[in-house]
Write a protein that binds this ligand. Structure first.
Ligand code: NAP
Length: 263
């Protein structure tokens, strides 16, 4: 299967690191013009340079905090139109249910959910006018298995499934597809730190990863963390013409972690 995104423009939110960075690089390799996004100019321009060097693609960048409406408005002002929107930016904070104050619920709701809604609300009608578009939400296995140490995070990830399905139904028959991708635990810098905190820093990371999976994620069928590129592969496929038959879906890239056959 050839994936050719030549002539398409893609915005990946939260793409200075982790899954978003891998997705931006993968979309650029497939020929898309890519817009990298993060909060600060320095990290954005660093990621733009690295992806340009790695792929030779046309890569631009935009910086804005998605914790408020102004941030989404800034992105829209800088980048009025895209063919592919990957709502990837997301944050988490480990807190027991009784300790999560309103402000933290609001912060995580703004970044993980409302910012994605704001961007989808702007870009999707333009895709519909052109008769082609892709909207993707990067959700999580936590949408299906709510973690008790971060219920607020799980709530935003489950809500993304509803938003995605509702939007897919709204644009039925237009050539625009809307889907959710549900990664399982993925080896990003934040997750590396988290595992070393959990398992101990004296162990080589490969051993710490095995212990973490065995003790904390025993249902993983691949018995390891996902790699960001593996999640990026699914995002790139769904962004392509090849995936025109898939919409309104929730696709897992979780190494079999969630013990269900469907979705
Ligand atoms: N890693 C995992 O194990 C895992 C598993 C399942 C689902 N996910 C989901 O996958 C997505 C990416 O996760 P990741 O682990 O790859 O993330 P990451 O490495 O922590 O990167 C987060 C990205 O989001 C940006 N960001 C953070 N706060 C922001 C804000 N307030 N406004 C705008 N941008 C902001 C960061 O940019 P700057 O720091 O440059 O501003 C960075 O580019 C998230 O939606 C997450 O919930 C991750």
């Amino acid at each position: 299967m050839q994936i050719d995104l030549g002539g398409r423009t893609a915005l990946v939110t939260g793409s200075t690191s982790g899954i978003g960075y891998a997705a931006a690089e993968s979309l650029a390799r497939a020929g898309a013009t890519v817009l990298v996004h993060g909060r600060g100019d320095e990290r954005v321009s660093g990621a733009v340079r690295r992806i340009r060097e790695a792929t030779g693609a046309d890569v631009g960048g935009v910086a804005a905090d998605l914790g408020n409406a102004e941030g989404a408005a800034r992105i829209i002002a800088d980048v009025p139109d895209v063919d592919i929107l990957v709502n990837n930016a997301g944050i988490f904070s480990g807190m027991g249910f009784f300790d999560i104050p309103d402000e933290e619920w609001q912060r995580i709701f703004e970044v993980n959910l409302l910012s994605a809604i704001r961007l989808a609300r702007h870009y999707t009608p333009r895709m519909v006018d052109r008769g082609w578009g892709r909207v993707l939400f990067v959700s999580s296995d936590s949408a299906l298995q709510i973690p008790t140490e971060m219920v607020h995070y799980g709530v935003t990830k489950t809500a993304q499934l509803s938003v995605s399905r509702g939007l897919a139904q709204t644009v039925a028959g237009t050539g625009v597809t809307v889907n959710c991708v549900l990664p399982g635990p993925t080896l990003t810098e934040g997750v590396r730190e988290f595992i070393q905190d959990q398992v101990g820093r004296d162990m080589p990371f490969e051993a710490a990863e095995r212990v973490f999976i065995a003790e904390h994620r025993p249902t993983s069928l691949i018995r390891r963390l996902l790699r960001p590129a593996e999640v990026a592969n699914m995002i790139t496929y769904l962004a392509s013409e090849n995936a025109a038959g898939t919409t309104g879906g929730a696709l897992r890239v979780d190494g079999g972690l969630v013990s269900t056959i469907i979705p």
